[in-house]
Design a binder for this molecule. Sequence first.
Ligand SMILES: Cc1cc2nc3c(=O)[nH]c(=O)nc-3n(C[C@H](O)[C@H](O)[C@H](O)COP(=O)(O)O)c2cc1C
Length: 213
Amino acid sequence: METITKPVAEIIPEVIRNLYERRSVRRYLDRAVARELIEQVIDAGRMAPTAMNKQPWKFYVLTEPESIKEFSKSIVKTLAKEMMHEGPAGIAKLAVGALYNLYYGSLLEGPDVFYGAPVVIFITASKDEPWACYDTSMCAQNMMLAAKALGLDSCPLGVGKSVEHTPIYYKLRIPYPEKVFLALVIGYGDEKPDAYKRMKDNVVYVNDLQPAE
Ligand SMILES: Cc1cc2nc3c(=O)[nH]c(=O)nc-3n(C[C@H](O)[C@H](O)[C@H](O)COP(=O)(O)O)c2cc1C
């Protein structure tokens, strides 16, 4: 079995810094990411823990700008159709989503759910794996932290799951019963968003509590 090079001890503090400095980046430079870096990001994902060590994931990578655009357009169209069917609440969601993505996309090209990133990775697993949602989430976090360490930025995209409902889903060649759990974009960021304030009132030191009556 091929071994993956372990990060050296000296970079551990960098991991902690990356935890704090990683942001969801929604603007990217028009700069390709070397295949070697994509591989390193995926390798880091593979090091995530998995329930019963199943390592249930697969990675479907898009790097062709035209293909990324095609998938974005198809997802936007599909989401729009689905939301229209939901009635007024769906239409309101559609308007907010369209404005949001348009803000990051362009008036000419329309909304871009992948934010102009040069790499899109769909992380899949069998729909029959009960822990796959947790496994793929941990994998994605590893990938985003590795990307940061390699000088790249990223954004996790729940909206990427909607690719399954597009008429061009077959082009990804994802065989049943695999399904997309999460998509990630990576690339060289063209913005430095501030971190959202983290809520801190969510810890309970159970042993500090008064005994129950
Ligand atoms: C499961 C999940 C799904 C997400 N889906 C989207 C998405 O579809 N589009 C998007 O722009 N951001 C998406 N995000 C990014 C969040 O909006 C972001 O993580 C959050 O606002 C906190 O910002 P930060 O990542 O910069 O700390 C998603 C994040 C997670 C964890």
